[in-house]
Design a protein around this ligand. Structure first.
Ligand code: GAL
Ligand code: CA
Length: 330
């Protein structure tokens, strides 16, 4: 009789433990599913959630803030324990933070950084990402190093660097700061940068290709000494366009150094083929892992010191960027 009782109790305990572990549900909104870097980010969050026995639901905001707002409303109605939000328009974070606060649900923003004044209105609002200026600086350094080590890179021999800038979506911190700090790093390396053209291509490969086709036509590839793109997809679009002009196909006499950010597999491929100079690792694995661990610790009320990532100012987890080249080792 006693044995049966203990057995029943054990089952009850196991069952209730499993049930409560399953109960932790993360509601996550992604600004747009059709984005190569955010796909890596999603995969990382799904893997970490599974590892920790939590359930993560992912919603596609389709680059539309109104759609994303509805998704957040339904997550709150559904009773998710925590939100992870890759906000479409980072300047409109306030009403979303207010909603989470009213519902008593912690909220972790990722990849698109809301202003600190907004994060500061809720003690359970956080941001997990990477410092945009760092990636810009590293991109600029890649170009500056190439220019210094390859005298022929100064095609018109004026000692200055004539470059084209391809920018991501307007208002994104990575668009603003990568554009600024890449140029800053070139100056700091003692080279005078000259922007011969720039355009917004919204992180998108096809848009970048079309824009670059136009620039190659109007400016002439022989007059372009570098292409600095705010991300890899746009760098790859630019490379497609340059190839249309018989540049960047392996002949060093017909080559324009192109740099991006993310270190997506397709960019590493292009670098292996000698079509692309370099990139900067945007560490989706660590950003995704950190976001999920932080979210679950907040949902469970467990010690934030135990998640394995440093939290600064009670608000931020910063994952470092890292330059990636194929230079000397080849
Ligand atoms: C950037 C990334 C871009 C794009 C963007 C989306 O960090 O470099 O490729 O994914 O985020 O917000
Ligand atoms: Ca020059």
């Amino acid at each position: 009789m006693r044995k049966i009782f203990i057995l029943a109790l054990t089952f009850l305990l196991i069952f209730s433990f499993a049930a409560s572990a399953e109960e932790i549900k993360i509601g996550s909104c992604i600004y747009r599913f059709n984005d190569a870097f955010m796909l890596r980010f999603r995969n990382s969050m799904s893997a970490e959630s599974e590892k920790l026995g939590a359930k993560i639901e992912l919603a596609d905001g389709q680059d539309n803030q109104a759609i994303q707002n509805e998704q957040i409303d339904s997550y709150i109605l559904e009773g998710v324990k925590v939100l992870i939000v890759n906000i479409v328009d980072r300047m409109t974070a306030q009403p979303i933070i207010d909603k989470a606060k009213t519902a008593g649900i912690p909220i972790v923003f990722i990849n698109r950084e809301p202003p600190l004044e907004m994060l500061n209105t809720y003690d359970k609002a956080y941001y997990v990402g990477a410092k945009a200026e760092e990636s810009g600086t590293e991109e600029g350094e890649l170009i500056a190093d190439y220019f210094k080590n390859n005298p022929d890179a100064d095609k018109n021999h004026d000692g200055k660097l004539q470059f084209i800038m391809l920018k991501g979506q307007n208002g994104h911190q990575d668009m603003i700061l990568r554009s600024k700090y890449s140029v800053e790093a070139i100056k700091n390396a003692g080279i005078e940068p000259v922007e011969i053209a720039s355009a917004i291509a919204n992180w998108d490969k096809l848009q970048a290709m079309q824009i670059m086709n136009g620039f190659a036509m109007s400016i002439g590839p022989e007059n372009i000494e570098a292409v600095i793109a705010n991300n890899d997809e746009m760098a790859l679009g630019a490379i497609e366009a340059l190839k249309n002009s018989d540049y960047n196909k392996g002949d060093k006499a017909f080559y324009i150094p192109v740099v991006g950010v993310d270190a997506n597999a397709s960019a590493l491929d292009a670098m292996d083929k000698g079509e692309m100079l370099g990139t900067v690792l945007n560490d989706a694995d660590n950003q995704g892992t950190a976001a999920v661990r932080l979210a679950l610790a907040l949902a469970n009320g467990t010690d934030l010191k135990s998640i394995g990532y440093e939290i600064t100012d009670n608000k931020y987890i910063w994952i470092p960027y890292q330059k990636v080249t194929r230079g000397e080792n080849k």
